[in-house]
Design a protein around this ligand. Structure first.
Ligand SMILES: *[C@@H]1O[C@H](CO)[C@@H](O)[C@H](O)[C@H]1NC(C)=O
Ligand SMILES: *[C@@H]1O[C@H](CO)[C@@H](O)[C@H](O)[C@H]1NC(C)=O
Ligand SMILES: *[C@@H]1O[C@H](CO)[C@@H](O)[C@H](O)[C@H]1NC(C)=O
Ligand SMILES: *[C@@H]1O[C@H](CO)[C@@H](O)[C@H](O)[C@H]1NC(C)=O
Length: 531
């Protein structure tokens, strides 16, 4: 029965004693129901404005992956929550910017003081569109981290993501993220010395077959194609103390190197490292899809030349380019008189190779090396004439090979370091010298490396400093990183070409170059770990 109509009926009926009591009782019940409803309503109304309940403060991982809409501010951020927080913060900034100048914005982690009333709980004002962004962006960020590793600074990442964060805000976000796990991992990387550790045997080595990789591996370095019968040198893996080298996987490496160019510039040992990386990335399997893009870098065989000055290949699936440029001395070489076919060459000790100056802006990873061409014999044979400051060198002390080499290595590192601010994405490495193992003579005086027992001289590197003081001294205090492989490779005297060659001709031994697969693969594993 309807309460109102019954009430009206009774009132029509007159004010008898009994009826009046009934009316009073009904009114009382009615009033208390009203009170209850009001209280309930008030409570719910308050809830939406009250400070948030504790259980709402920490977004669950689901939220970070884009599940429910939450408009709360995480006050006890853990690592995940911080990512979330910075995204929320960026949206808050967008909101508050409507009322404030960017310079007035305080750190977004603490509720703003002395700002517009809206900032008291600015999330209230985020439109549904913004909310979508709040939820969508952490996922996007993870994607970026996955793809780029620590390659891109969070601040830069922000600029390309669509959180609505303006670039003016990006520095704030990156400041906030200073404690982020990725930054902490990057710091760990820095602290870790990959050159200290030990060689261990691992059935998962080598990373490609020495019978394969014919597409990139020069026959002269494929020991499997020679008369050599011991291949135990192929099965070792380098394990640094206190830091991880993730298992190398070609396709995930390519994904990390999406749209990037990796350049090796140096002598034939640099070329070995380049071939090694090509084989590692492909697993030694034929890849008809890989493009020869040498022409883009002017790497074409000149008329009458035995080979071009380098090679460049691109993996179309990830748009990753890997190239090598031959520069044995790492300094600029200029014909002194171009009209003479047998001209001398000005070897500009203090000037980087023209190729490097020209293409540096296109590189994301650069690995330099030099070393074994710094001897009087090779310099004379190449008709190199030392120049400093653009003029022929007359300084006798500088004419000493070690001094000249020192000047070149310091000069190129200094120049590179001065260029790096222009290319914040570029990671530049100077690879330390690859050790030679000529015993009982030198390369041209019957020196040999006949040992086939791996690690006969020990398997561990315990020293903290580099075994290449020239390279480590040159990069010290610069942003150029050291790819320190000298001591590691020193332990591997059994892994050179030795007496073997594709033609099987006896004679001089090669105790300088390495069999591939082999030691340069480890250099690349260490390189990949530092990217
Ligand atoms: C990072 O976190 C540590 C403790 O985990 C703290 O001591 C330090 O102040 C934080 N640094 C920044 C920049 O927030
Ligand atoms: C490949 O990467 C380069 C940057 O290294 C970029 O400029 C170019 O647009 C990319 N190409 C494609 C097809 O994505
Ligand atoms: C280069 O060599 C040619 C032929 O010997 C000579 O005629 C010319 O003067 C030389 N040029 C220079 C700049 O030395
Ligand atoms: C190498 O060059 C640097 C920079 O000019 C200098 O400080 C250092 O003493 C040189 N080292 C040697 C062995 O000449």
């Amino acid at each position: 029965m309807n309460l109102i109509s019954s009430l009206g009926e009774r009132m029509k009926g007159g004010f008898h004693g009994l009826r009046a009591k009934q009316i009073l009782l009904t009114l009382l019940i009615f009033a208390s129901v009203l009170l209850l409803i009001w209280a309930w309503d008030r409570n719910a109304f308050l809830t939406s404005f009250l400070p948030l309940q504790i259980q709402l403060l920490r977004p669950s991982p689901d939220i970070l992956l884009g599940a429910p809409v939450v408009t709360s501010i995480p006050f006890e951020p853990d690592v995940n929550a911080k990512k979330y927080l910075s995204t929320v913060a960026s949206n808050r900034k967008v909101v508050s910017e409507q009322k404030e100048k960017p310079s007035d914005v305080v750190m977004p982690t603490v509720p703003s003081e002395g700002t517009t009333p809206k900032t008291e709980n600015p999330d209230k004002t985020i439109s549904s569109n913004d909310r979508k962004k709040v939820i969508g962006s952490p996922e996007k960020e993870m994607l970026h981290e996955e793809n780029l590793g620590s390659e891109t600074k969070p601040g830069i990442e922000k600029k390309v993501s669509d959180t609505g964060a303006t670039s003016a805000f990006a520095p704030l976000v990156s400041e906030k993220k200073e404690n982020d796990s990725s930054i902490m991992a990057a710091e760990k990387k820095k602290a870790c010395n990959y050159a200290k550790g030990k060689w261990i045997e691992d059935s998962r080595r080598p990373l490609y077959s020495g019978f394969g990789c014919k597409q990139w591996l020069s026959e002269m370095w494929a020991c499997r194609l020679t008369q050599r019968t011991d291949f135990s040198y192929e099965t070792f893996r380098w394990v640094p103390h206190g830091c991880q080298i993730p298992d190398f996987d070609g396709s995930s490496f390519l994904r990390r190197m999406q749209d990037k160019t990796i350049a090796f510039i140096g002598d034939s040992l640099g070329r070995q490292q380049f071939q090694s990386l090509m084989c590692m990335v492909t697993g030694g399997v034929e890849r008809p899809d890989v493009l020869d893009v040498g022409r883009e870098y002017g790497l074409v065989k000149a008329r009458g030349a035995i080979r071009p000055d380098g090679w460049a290949y691109r993996f179309p699936s990830t748009n990753t380019t890997i190239l090598y440029y031959w520069s044995a001395s790492l300094c600029d070489l200029e014909p002194i008189n171009i009209t003479i076919p047998t001209t001398d060459w000005a070897m500009h000790l203090d000037r980087p190779p023209a190729f490097l100056r020209r293409y540096l802006h296109m590189f994301d990873v650069l690995v330099l090396n030099t070393g074994h061409h710094w001897n009087r014999g090779k310099i004379n044979a190449n008709r190199w004439v030392m120049y400093v400051g653009g003029i022929r060198n007359t300084d006798r002390r500088l004419a000493e090979i070690t001094k000249a080499k020192n000047l070149t290595v310091y000069s190129i590192v200094k120049w590179l370091d001065s260029e790096l601010p222009k290319y914040p994405k570029l990671k530049a490495f100077f690879r330390t010298i690859s050790p030679r193992h000529f015993f009982n003579g030198d390369w041209n005086t019957g020196g040999s490396c006949d040992n086939t027992t791996p690690l006969a001289g020990g398997k561990e590197v315990t020293r903290d400093d580099s075994s290449d003081p020239l390279a480590s001294g040159a990069v010290k205090g610069t942003k150029v990183k050291l790819l320190d492989i000298t001591a590691i490779s020193q332990l591997r005297d059994e892994a050179h070409m030795s007496r073997y060659s594709i033609r099987g001709t006896p004679g001089t031994q090669d105790c300088l170059h390495w069999c591939l697969p082999g030691v340069p693969d480890t250099w690349n594993e260490i390189l990949a770990a530092q990217l």
